[in-house]
Design a protein around this ligand. Sequence first.
Ligand code: HEM
Length: 566
Amino acid sequence: MSLFFTSLSIPLLLPFLSLFLLLFSFFIQWKFGRAPKVVNPGPTSHPLLGCLIAFYKNRRRLLHWYTDMLSVSPSKTIIVSRLGARRTIVTANPQNVEYMLKTNFTNFPKGKPFTEILGDFLGNGIFNADGDLWYAQRKSVTHLFTTRSLRDYVDNVLKEDVEKKLLPLLESAAEEVEGKPLDLQDVLRRLAFDLVCKFSLGYDPCCLEYHSLDTPHPVLEAFDVASDMCARRGAAPLSAMWRVKRFFDVGSERRLREAVSRIHLFINEVVGEKKRKLAMSCSDTGSIDQSTESDDLLSKMLSDGKEEEVVRDIMISFIMAGRDTTSAAMTWLFYLLSCHRDVENEVVRELRLVENEENLSKYESLKELRWLKACICESMRLFPPVAWDSKHATTDDFLPDGTRVQAGDRVTYFPYGMGRMEGLWGQDQLEFKPERWISKLEEGRIKALKNVDPYKFPVFQAGPRVCLGREMAFIQMKYVVAAILKRFRIRPVTPGHPVFVPLLTAHMAGGFKNSSFLDHGLGTGVGYGIGPVRLEFFRVGTTGHIDQGVPVPVEVKPSAIEIICQ
Ligand code: HEM
């Protein structure tokens, strides 16, 4: 038989073999040949260990490490493979970002590794859902962000909280000569929490009460603990570690469970109260009375007959999405403005100009604040509230730059690194220059800002899952920053850079307190946070302190504002 095979079949088989090889090479070409030769340098790797050693060495400066590697990667993509962790592709390439967030969106869901980590906290809420579950929620809440609802938000929610709570609080702080340092970031976080609760629940938790600033607000604290503990899950070298802890209900997992219980209790109480109110309005009129029905998300969901657990999870997602993001963005903006007085003066000049224009509603006048918007974008380019965000590939794929993706890979788009790529922003990429956002200037007035490609600047994500609160966030930030800058100036007292802490949402830390995520500020490219950044807080005089149309800081009673965290 074997003799027959060798003597007779070889000449016969040769054409088949050649055909097979030819087809096979076509197949390989088809399957893998779409990929141009791609160079993803990435970290130094060793057999078996992968880049574990380099990763460990850089674990406290991951943002920098990734940014440095990406800036020298020709494809602007790197692959991080290490023992015990999922293969991770980190990209700062806008074409790749567009591909994963839009073109082949369905192949890049958040994925189980993500939703499991946040599942105990966020349940199936929009922030933690994929596929049909996500789509149904997205569809049911998108209509809430209309121009009309944003106008109402400005005229009712924002106006009340800023005028009646925030400004009086800052006034009192400015009056204290030797007052206690005020943590500006904490004030802004409390404000953002009150605002998002009012918008989504129609309930004011009143975190922004001056006298309660010393004590953490129990619900806000529960949200902090829950998101920190989830971030810890994500950072654990082995996921089995948190699962074991959860099983035995110890340590961080116990804290997470307790925090989530507190959050559920809070939301359930608000939902119960809202249901009673809606039921009362129904029993009075026989149906839900449109005039008494509030505009908040919760009322709408209950009126639509959504189940209580579903409603609860959506509420938690919204609060998470809206609470820390705007406050982080504003904190960095105030810091950057305090270091760039010329830019700040320009903001104030624009405020005065717009204020003098008649017939503009508050909402419309906010739209006119284009220089301020440019400053906010520029600040978020350098310090994005969501520094990185990951998806998990469902099937094998190729990114447009040729990077091969394997099913199950984590694919991370990286707004922090993208904001610092010379190829995307030019040689002055590390400088705070809001003018880079201007597209049309006429007689000293900005007429239009550039439409920057959202995949080059994905701070709000982009594509079908783009942040739902984007417009609301800009409106909120403009309103708050304008209100503060009309009356106050914030100045750094000590030199040094604040520390950027990229947890679930990034925030500013005051120094070495959070030793696991040290980072430096802007510009130098080296160094770490060096102690709390102290800011002085000036009140701007209301009369007679105008210098060439720009108010100068004249109030002589500065009290230190310390931006601290944890
Ligand atoms: C500067 C402020 C903000 C930034 C930078 C920001 C950024 C983002 C990002 C990056 C995502 C995608 C997260 C992910 O899928 O993993 C997102 C989603 C989302 N954001 Fe925002 N956000 C901001 C403010 C807000 C506000 C004020 C709200 C509303 C109250 C909001 C509501 C949402 C919602 C509901 C989603 C989920 C969208 C979906 O999955 O379909 N955001 N945001």
